[in-house]
Ligand binder design. Sequence first.
Ligand SMILES: *Cc1c(COP(=O)(O)O)cnc(C)c1O
Length: 489
Amino acid sequence: MKYSSTRDPKHKRTPSEAILEGLSAEGGLFMPEAMSLMSFPMADLPSMSVRDISVAVLSRFFDDFTESELRTAVSGAYDRAFPGGDIAPLQRVGEAYVLELYHGPTCAFKDVALSLLPRLLTTARDKCGVTDEICILTATSGDTGSAALSGFADVPGTRIVVFYPEGGVSPAQERQMTTREGDNIHVCAVRGNFDDAQSGVKAIFSDPPEIPGLRFSSANSINIGRLAPQIAYYFKAYRDLMAEGRIVMGDAVNFVVPTGNFGNILAGYFAKKMGLPVGRLICASNRNRVLTDFFETGCYDRRRPFHLTSSPSMDILISSNLERLLFLLCGAEKTAQWMRALREEGRYTLPEEAHAALRNEFSAASADDAETAETIRRVYEANSYLIDPHTAVGFCALEKWRATEEANGAPVVVLSTASPYKFSRSVLTALGQETTGNEFTDMQRLCEKTGIAIPEPLRGLSERPVLHRDSRGVSEMRSYVEQCAGGGK
Ligand SMILES: *Cc1c(COP(=O)(O)O)cnc(C)c1O
């Protein structure tokens, strides 16, 4: 099977090449041409393990990998990153189910895909007969950075450069990145917001510095190798609901997804395309509600103030993966036009039929910081269950959706994207407790108040030495990359 660019069907690649390159040279994203033929073996689902599910999904996306290559990659990644076993436990919380995706090494859902990506990428490189070192360039709104560093640290033949918005991530997120050890890693704060950092990285991809023996790739969800592994846990949640007797095969299930770059929710849409009976995909946004407005009006308009919120990993105004959805809906020519309009005019508007088609599958709602805090408190008081601000945005969106005409009676799964301890200050405040002004003491206090254990990877974070202190303006990102990629460490 071939992949082609969302902006130009002439740019064709094998699956391995698509993973290796990350982003198409003219700026588009890679999509499998035979998406409509990739169906999941639903009849086998009840007896499949998470790893089986993952291999089944990946073998359809990456059909130039052998089954045994994929199985080795999946087992190797998950044995190491999820020694506890269950990658995505499903919990009943009140009327909803919560899919906890934060039990990996950096306590956010990005670990699921980023523990696997280095293995997919190095196998893809071998398949392409490439011997170059791979330099991963990543812009992070907080969680991708630490998860990518965890996945790529000291992986032979790779180097990784992470850019994060200075002052735009939580103290725990920043610490996870700046204390990370590894001979092949570079971490740099950017004086700008996430969109600035992401645009800077995309600009470097579109005109990469030429360094002999080195090529660039991406660990953001613009890379299909990062996106595809996320599809598996939607099937896993469905399997668990069947096992519990809550549904029978064929029943619809709704999913609520706290959304930023539109990667996680798009994985849910892919699962649906592959045959999972997904009812509604509910796109939850924080105060940066560009997607909520888009689903409501059909107009994507990024010309608006950017807000720093208590859910920083969703502080995004340019949701890159929406491009893949537009492509599936309307094809490359229209997608290219809209992406140009977004770049040049800051907005684009869908034709009415396309907007209506989206409204049939997606719902959207947003929550501001006050509503988010209120939701954390309410969910805790009603269920003794602690959620982080991103997950709380999801719960609040669910509540709002239930009051709309789009609501239905099918079970709802809320994707929980981060551990509450990654955002201790916000969570503590939401519970009506005083913060100490120090994120790490707050972590301790939150634990005392709730009796819920601090995840192992976050313990001791404040004592680890800071190893990375680089900081650059947006215009200096390119020279920083040249310096890292050329010089080594
Ligand atoms: C990245 C992230 C999101 C947003 O996911 P997208 O795939 O970018 O939509 C939500 N919550 C948390 C905690 C995240 O780290």
